[in-house]
Design a protein around this ligand. Sequence first.
Ligand code: COA
Length: 251
Amino acid sequence: MNQQAHIVAENKEGVFTLTFNRVDKKNAITAEMYQLLADGMMQANQDESVKIIKIVGSENAFCAGNDLVDFLENPPNESDSPVWQFLAALCDSEKPIIAGVNGPAVGIGTTLLLHCDLVVASSTAIFAMPFVSLGLCPEAASSLLLPQQVGLKKASEWLLLGSRFDAQQANEAGLINYAVDTPEDVDAMLDKWCQQLCKLPAESISVTRKFLRSQDLSAVKNRMQEEGDEFKRLLKSDAAQSAFQAFLKRS
Ligand code: COA
């Protein structure tokens, strides 16, 4: 385990944990971090000892989305840029993915949850997908998966207006499984799920997941590709460039 890395990967007792560990930047993700996440997902899927993939942040933040400085300096223009590799790995995972959210979960910090099997969030969680106000468009197939999971009206509110919402609202809409009080409650729920899932037959879990997702898999991949093409184009737009500059210059 590398404690200094901005993504910490740990494989213990059947649970492969990926932890966002860039606390001073609210776990905003750089290209280097996306690569570590993509590699971690791949490693977890190839390792037979792994039964569950767990994604967590720190107590003060789950993930503030893509690092906006990185968007300016290192835009993900290539189809194999680390961010797209990570999204593909999320989509292709054959192992169940669980996540626990405390603090802000912005942009991909929220959309990655659409690919998770089980999600719990505490009362400190704040979700937002401000793609439009940043001059961008949805990613991670969120324009397809969000309406499926929470309904078209709620998805439109959250994706068009970029409105912030809390764990209670996320739970009522069906984006997450449970809203709990504290970060300790999040950990307790994650531990419980890990214990339960580790005792269940891995092959039955895998087959069940395959059927739960089979209707969507090719549509999800197509949508990810289509969104990715627009996202790359919009990244260069004046609206996006000035939104990033405005964030960087805020006092
Ligand atoms: N990219 C780059 N830096 C980021 C960041 C991001 N997405 N999100 C937060 N940070 C940095 C801040 O610039 C600040 O750095 P500094 O201490 O060097 O000034 C630090 O992280 C703490 O952020 P701050 O805004 O002070 O924390 P907060 O608790 O008041 O607000 C957020 C947290 C996440 C709500 C807010 O930082 C935010 O809105 N971030 C941008 C989210 C975003 O638009 N993501 C992209 C989606 S596509």
